[in-house]
Design a protein around this ligand. Sequence first.
Ligand code: 0XW
Ligand code: MG
Length: 367
Amino acid sequence: MKIERIHVHRASLPVVGEPYRMSHTTVHELDSTLVEVVTDDGRHGWGETCPLGPVYQPHHALGARAALEQIGPGLIGAEIASPRGLARRMDELLAGHGYAKAALDTALLDLLGQELGVPVSTLLGGALVDRVPAYYSVTVGSPEDGARSAAAKVAEGYTRVQVKIGGRDLARDVETVHRVWEAVGHRARLAVDANRAMTVAHAVQFDRLTADVPFVLEQPCNTLGEMALLRGRLTHPVALDETTEDVDAVLRAISEGLADAFSFKVTRLGGPTRAAQARDLCALRSLPHTCDDAWGGAVVAAACIHLAATVEPRLLEGVWIAQDYIEGHYDPGRPVVVEDGYLEVPQEPGLGAAPDRTLLTPVATYG
Ligand code: 0XW
Ligand code: MG
């Protein structure tokens, strides 16, 4: 089975309801890129990448499509049977840009799964469960709104809540965490995510002022060097998110003991194949992690769910999907939705997510 054509589509994803606020950026609309890989025997495989705007990380939608323009033509005629061979071919065509290659990795896994008659989770080592826990992210807001939102989601069955802080007065962050804890208590595990906004001093102060609340402190500071300065000075365990820019960064963080957990973005690591390597590194040291992505619709969500299904349940912190902030579904017949705090693992061959093309805008075709 060989690649005959690659279509690149885009989907505009306006944020439903309030804008999505984080410490350093607020997003109102996201620009998602989908790739549709067509083979010489008429199969279609889908992948997606959707940076969380141009500021969350050094990734952006135009960059993803430029990378696909650089890579796409060089993949035409390539054999699907070897994901490692295709990854190597992509690296021969373009250095880096894992967040763009991730969409192709996902589409190629979708096709290989269809060819072999197995779900993508099987290609990633095999599912251990048939549903995975979701988690909800409370965006930066008032302590009252944060507490109300967290309590409502726990009542819906979520077992983990991430509270976003940062980019404002320390006292407001401290108050928000205490109000959420009062509202939720031990009914859900808490993560508090500053999205890189804190200085080391700020993080140490914040940790002291919230020592009575159990949570994992996610990516308080910007760089791995700053995170290294925090080791041994905090009462809360620390999770790395944005600084894990690739699997090598994960390996460094683990080998230098810089993280107690991780918040992985599957496309940032280069796609499900590369993210599975990070999964295995974490398993060696019993380090919990999420299987998320920055943003995206059902195709990104399916990739995260397939990977999450292969994680040892004791190490899976949960899966975040953007569906709550997206109007409608790419595939109305097969919506990816959280039910009672969980996401079903697709069982059909491949990814189990094929968008309705009429909902997408064609951008380019290669081959
Ligand atoms: C909560 N998320 C998984 C969704 C947004 O992309 C940000 C991200 C995070 O953990 O920072
Ligand atoms: Mg995070």
